[in-house]
Each structure stands twice: as structure tokens, then as C-alpha cells.
Design a binder for this molecule. Structure first.
Ligand code: FES
Length: 104
């Protein structure tokens, strides 16, 4: 497992997300205002780009149909859909103002 340097922390303002491409992977990297968290950049509903969603606390709301994804657990919530598998999360580390992602 290796860490990949992504960007400087100042490049992702609080409560915003950015798309990170690593090979075939598209990852949504967020600054919650308190920490940086990352999940796959694909909503399990119909593939909405989660990096463009609205961040509130440690949750992102999908920009297409408003499903909510917990960025800490990957858990998906939408009305009565209780059996949705979580989205994939990726470990994030911040060191000396730089953000690193672990993808495998
Ligand atoms: S694609 Fe995300 S809620 Fe529909």
C-alpha cells in the first residue's frame, strides 16, 4: 500500500470537494472544515459526481437526486432504502500542508 501526494490543503476550501483521478479511479476528496475525507466519486444511485455535492458536517449530498453519503463510514441514506451497500472510502493523511491518498 502506498500513499499518493494529491495537493496542498489550501487548494480545497472548507465544505468543498474536488475530483481526483488516479489511473482509472475517480475519487471525491472533501474538506469538511475539520478534516479531509475521500470516497469513490460515483453515487450508488445513478452515478452522480459526489465531488460536486453539497458538504454538511461529514456528509455529502449528491448533486443529482439528493441522496446522502456519510464520508466517514461510506453509508448511504435515502428515505426507506435501508440495504444500500456503502460507497468505497479511501484513507487520507495530511502532512506539512499536503494531502495524501491511499488507494490500495
Ligand atoms: S445519482 Fe446520486 S442521488 Fe441519484
Amino acid at each position: 500500500m502506498s500513499w499518493i501526494q494529491i495537493t496542498e490543503t489550501e487548494n480545497i476550501p472548507p465544505r468543498e470537494g474536488r475530483t481526483v483521478k488516479i489511473g482509472e479511479l475517480s475519487i471525491a476528496l472533501f474538506n469538511t472544515g475539520e478534516k479531509f475525507l475521500a470516497v469513490e466519486n460515483r453515487c450508488p444511485h445513478k452515478g452522480g459526481p459526489l465531488a460536486d455535492g453539497i458538504v454538511g458536517g461529514t456528509t455529502v449530498t449528491c448533486p443529482l437526486h439528493n441522496w446522502r453519503i456519510c464520508l466517514e463510514t461510506g453509508e448511504v441514506s435515502k428515505g426507506c432504502d435501508a440495504q444500500l451497500p456503502p460507497v468505497t472510502q479511501f484513507p487520507v493523511r495530511v502532512e506539512e500542508g499536503l494531502i495524501y491518498l491511499q488507494t490500495a
